[in-house]
Design a protein around this ligand. Structure first.
Ligand code: V4E
Length: 240
């Protein structure tokens, strides 16, 4: 199982040129369709656990084991506070059992709430079926656990690699009108994250990213625009 260590950055108009100048190699571009799921009471995301259907595959992102979190690893690098790290689980049986276990431990679990499909809404230039139910997902299991789709969007992604650093750089343009970059390193679970943070810091410096500010991800912006109540709850819980 791997842990994704990543730093987001503001992707300005000069970024392409800078990537070229530092010798980053474009390794592809693609469109990614994501659907995110949670219970009506946000029991997963309030535990910083993100269940996603990306194209036809299920993925779960959750905080890594103690020892790989920034609070406990004592890396002492400024980079540590700018980088997020999440364990990525891609085996469906494991995702289902972790989600079930998490929901069972939620006080007053909401397995009896009635999921309702939402109306059609327009987001920017793109018509979106407002997320609101497990319908159309094609799998019965999310509905059986009272999970509904709360966010759905498509991202045009261009990926680059800085081979000597072992980092991947993605430039993402979401269909609701937000563009963001990220520098990413994958680490095997249990391994030291310090060297990943150093690689990310070196890549950030080479890209001229000197402003050490937290940059909003696609989900921050999506929820602020379309699900403000959910966003406020996650902010109050210091998740976003
Ligand atoms: C919102 C969120 C998660 C869902 C995935 O978010 P993100 O990594 O931004 O999406 P994406 O498309 O780049 O996924 P990838 O292709 O890299 O797998 S996982 C954790 N969060 C919370 C979160 C946070 N607390 N802070 C920041 C800056 N981003 C996300």
């Amino acid at each position: 199982m791997s842990v994704e260590v990543e730093r987001k950055f503001v992707c300005d108009a000069g970024m392409w040129k800078r990537l070229e100048e530092i010798g980053a190699v474009c390794i592809g571009q693609r469109e990614i369709h994501d659907q995110y799921f949670d219970t009506p009471d946000f029991e997963l995301t309030l535990r910083d656990t993100w269940l996603r259907k990306r194209e036809d595959s299920w993925e779960l992102k959750c905080p890594p084991a103690v020892g790989m979190t920034q609070e406990t690893s004592g890396e002492g690098l400024e980079e540590a506070s700018l980088c997020s790290r999440y364990k990525e689980i891609t085996s469906l049986p494991e995702i289902q059992s972790r989600v079930k276990e998490l929901l069972m431990h939620c006080a007053g679990g909401s397995l009896n709430a009635d999921p309702l499909p939402g109306p059609l809404v327009t987001v920017g230039q793109v018509s979106h079926e407002e997320p609101g139910g497990p319908e159309g997902v094609g799998d019965p299991w999310p509905g059986e656990l009272n999970l509904r789709c709360f966010a759905e969007f498509t991202t045009a992604r261009r990926s680059f690699t800085l081979q000597e650093e072992g980092v991947q750089i993605d430039l993402d343009q979401a269909d609701f009108g937000y563009t963001v970059g990220e520098i990413e390193v994958l680490v095997q679970e249990g391994q030291e994250v310090g060297s990943a943070l150093e690689k990310i810091e070196r890549a950030a410096r080479r890209l001229g990213l000197t402003r050490n500010l937290r940059v909003e991800g696609k989900m921050d912006v999506y929820l602020q625009r379309f699900c403000p109540e959910h966003y406020v709850k996650l902010q109050r819980a210091h998740i976003l």
